[in-house]
Ligand binder design. Structure first.
Ligand code: ADP
Ligand code: ADP
Ligand code: ZN
Length: 213
């Protein structure tokens, strides 16, 4: 199964992606995580991406497209993948469609997680993430079992540098301008499914499984 996850920053893409990937045995690819790893390891790609990310702007299309095409051409993606945080522009979505047509492996589903905008800021500023496995928690809405420690791997949780109120506003503007049009893009292709992301994490997960099964 080949899936893209759509939704504004804070919608719960990362949270749900891990559960979807486990259930269907497909690879979870988060472009945000890939960039954060590149920044941590001080690679040339990380150095190019850092300033854009810190400001809450999008990394240029050509860098992201090359990164994703390289990743989904790997052996572990041949039976399916879940893209989280990609595509984010019409140019990225078109490039992915062209690539998938070329290799004869079209997308099965674009899954949109819908959350009203006024809920997103508190989700983002209360988010704590695991720098090791990428798991995402929330100090109030989705706390780890042990304060400040990742449930999945035991690492100490951190706050992302771009998860501040100052940056969130810009990220939401960028989403509305650049990424929201993808919902119509995939609706026109006949692969769009939407779920209500403004419910408890487990209920959202159940709705997603119902949509995908
Ligand atoms: P995204 O990857 O879409 O930016 P995350 O999965 O990181 O979003 O979730 C954003 C924040 O909201 C995290 O702190 C997460 O724990 C929390 N969260 C995720 N799903 C829900 C939900 N259904 N209800 C409340 N908070 C949630
Ligand atoms: P969010 O929780 O806001 O959905 P992500 O972890 O997906 O955040 O992305 C963090 C940042 O990484 C984005 O604000 C952007 O700078 C960069 N980024 C991630 N994916 C893409 C992409 N597909 N295109 C451009 N920039 C991206
Ligand atoms: Zn972890």
């Amino acid at each position: 199964m080949r899936i893209v996850l759509l939704g504004p920053p804070g919608a719960g893409k990362g949270t749900q992606a891990k559960k979807i990937a486990d259930r269907y045995g497909i690879v979870h690819i988060s472009t945000g995580d890939l960039f954060r790893d590149n920044i941590k390891n001080k690679t040339p790609l990380g150095q190019k991406a850092k300033a854009y990310m810190d400001a809450g702007n999008l990394v240029p299309d050509e860098l992201v497209i090359a990164l994703v095409e390289d990743r989904i051409s790997k052996d572990d993606c041949q039976d399916g993948y879940l893209l989280d945080g990609f595509p984010r522009t019409v140019a990225q979505a078109s490039a992915l469609s062209e690539y998938n047509e070329k290799v004869g492996k079209p997308l099965d589903c674009a899954l949109s997680i819908e959350v009203p905008e006024d809920k997103l800021v508190s989700r983002i500023v209360g988010r704590r993430v695991c720098p090791n496995c990428g798991a995402s928690f929330h100090i109030k809405f989705n706390p780890p079992k042990q304060d400040g420690i990742c449930d999945r791997c035991g690492e100490k949780l951190v706050q992302r540098k771009d998860d501040t109120e100052a940056t969130v506003k810009n990220r939401l503007d960028v989403y509305n301008k650049e990424t929201a049009p993808l919902i119509d893009f995939y609706r026109c292709k006949g692969v769009l499914k939407a779920v209500d992301g403004d419910q408890d994490v487990d209920i959202v997960t159940a709705d997603i499984f119902k949509a995908l099964d």
